[in-house]
Design a protein around this ligand. Structure first.
Ligand SMILES: *[C@@H]1O[C@H](CO)[C@@H](O)[C@H](O)[C@H]1NC(C)=O
Ligand SMILES: *[C@@H]1O[C@H](CO)[C@@H](O)[C@H](O)[C@H]1NC(C)=O
Ligand SMILES: *[C@@H]1O[C@H](CO)[C@@H](O)[C@H](O)[C@H]1NC(C)=O
Length: 465
């Protein structure tokens, strides 16, 4: 008997009485005696044990503690609001024998039945939620509310295809452990997660939340989905902008003068991109499917700059090739035709100047222009139509190639119609190759940008928040 009283006192001290106006301790003792002593917390709180007990589960998110996209773990701080009707613990609003209303009481969780709820996609432990220090809020109608505070580490499958413009959907799936879906059914208390107490995260904004209750053959579940959107500005400034700038620099390898160390320049770009690969690895999970567009972009940049370095070695070799080795005829024609913008103009100007300096009249048949430098022209071709238009007196040409009579009266201006074919040196060849490699680089960079950068940037909805 003494034992029983001690236990009771112990329980009394642990049980708070709320919404009580003038109930005395003896009232309460009486009340407790009448309802609690007969209560057994091991019994499912249903009068008819074959009926389904519905439990409403809501989640209030206070903060996202961390989100590790590399390991796919989201840590959240919040609490659940779990409520059900306890048919075995109901009383009159003003219990018989007490002097005032007793509508709600807070009861230590250890004295009551409560649902064994577990976070199913937890990465730390699968134990039931709740600690012995929590209390249940019971109302005289039987409505019982439990608000276990929870710091959860849940797994989340991360999709960084559009990093840093990515969106992640992370689930918190709670399951009613031990009970079948026909015994205890979890229901969504509200269609969304309660965000009223949320404090903003610096990296992620919450775009949307949903709550879905579902069952499978065994158990009943409720899933809270939190859709997170990354704030991209930091990554744009620190990763994307330098990367784009660097790809831009990579374009100009073939426009770099040889003296400036072209191969070194190309190698520099190659190394910098390799470093970027490392930096990006810190933020992007090492998954193969789906792979991040940014990783693909950087890997392609590494490859392109590798190839660029390789090719630039050969362009340097062409530049420095000894001019005693003649440029093959097919090559000089080819270069001369496609590359008029690169080298012919220069030669043309030079030749015109020579013609102006030198009075064309003084050119004697058979002598040509002996003081023209060899590299300026070996072949001076006159367009065939123009040749026919020229008077038969006009004598014009190049030593040992072609001679037409020169009209002493014709002014030098006439010669402007003539298109000289340049003497192609290895430097000309190298310049033409550089020009085309430059155009090629632009094309490659454009294609890569459109394929990989553009879809990411397209995700951006203009918000800076
Ligand atoms: C208990 O509930 C089941 C299912 O609803 C019903 O079939 C059964 O008749 C109920 N039993 C009593 C005693 O009410
Ligand atoms: C998250 O939960 C929703 C709703 O139950 C489901 O459709 C989706 O597949 C889940 N996602 C993951 C990654 O489990
Ligand atoms: C959430 O994201 C979707 C798709 O990006 C967008 O259409 C929607 O407006 C966003 N909602 C909010 C509340 O930002």
């Amino acid at each position: 008997m003494v034992k029983c009283v001690l236990l009771l006192l112990c329980c009394i001290s642990a049980v708070n009485i709320r919404t009580v106006i003038s109930t005395t301790a003896s009232d309460w003792k009486f009340f407790f005696d009448s309802i609690f002593v007969t209560y057994n917390k091991n019994v499912l709180p249903k009068v008819n044990q074959s009926e389904l007990l519905t439990i409403n589960v809501g989640y209030t998110l206070n903060a996202i503690k961390s989100f590790d996209e590399v390991s796919g773990v989201m840590e959240t701080v919040g609490y659940l609001t779990v409520s059900w009707t306890n048919e075995l613990l109901q009383w009159d609003e003003k219990p018989v024998g007490t002097s005032d209303y007793i509508r709600n009481i807070l009861i230590p969780i250890s004295m009551m039945w409560y649902p064994p709820i577990t976070l199913q996609n937890s990465v730390t432990s699968l134990k039931g939620l709740g600690t012995l220090y929590e209390k249940l809020d019971s109302s005289y109608t039987g409505l019982t509310t439990w608000k276990p505070p929870v710091i959860l580490a849940s797994s989340c499958s991360v999709d960084t295809t559009n990093f840093p413009w990515d969106e992640q959907a992370c689930n918190l799936t709670f399951v009613a452990w031990d009970y079948k879906a026909t015994e205890v059914l979890l229901a969504a208390a509200s269609p969304t997660v309660d965000m009223t107490e949320y404090s903003e995260n610096q990296v992620w904004v919450i775009n949307e939340t949903t709550t879905v209750a579902w069952t499978d053959a065994d158990s009943s579940y409720v899933t809270f989905t939190i859709k997170l959107k990354r704030l991209p500005v930091w990554f744009v400034i620190n990763i994307i902008a330098p990367l784009v700038l660097l790809s831009f620099l990579n374009l100009f390898v073939f426009l770099t003068p040889l003296e400036e160390g072209r191969v070194g320049y190309a190698m520099g770009a190659f190394l910098t991109f390799s470093v970027y690969l490392e930096i990006i690895g810190d933020n992007i999970p090492p998954v193969s499917e789906p792979m991040s567009n940014l990783s693909i972009y950087v890997v392609l940049q590494v490859i392109v700059s590798g190839i660029t370095s390789f090719i630039s070695v050969f362009t340097v070799r062409i530049y420095t090739r000894d001019n005693d080795i003649p440029v093959p005829v097919w090559m000089s024609y080819f270069i001369g035709i496609i590359a008029c913008h690169v080298c012919v103009r220069e030669e043309e100007r030079e030749i015109k100047k020579l013609f102006e300096e030198k009075n064309a009249k003084s050119v004697e048949p058979g002598t040509g222009f002996p003081d023209l430098p060899k590299r300026s022209m070996t072949v001076l071709r006159i367009e065939s139509i123009k040749v026919e238009e020229l008077s038969p007196l006009i004598k014009f040409g190049v030593p040992n190639v072609k001679w037409t009579p020169l009209d002493a009266e014709k002014p030098v201006r006439e010669i402007e119609c003539c298109i000289p074919q340049p003497y192609i040196t290895w430097i000309n060849v190298a310049k033409v190759i550089d020009y085309f490699l430059f155009l090629g680089s632009i094309a490659v960079q454009m294609v890569m940008f459109v394929l990989f950068m553009f879809p990411m940037i397209n995700q951006y909805d203009g918000s800076m928040v």
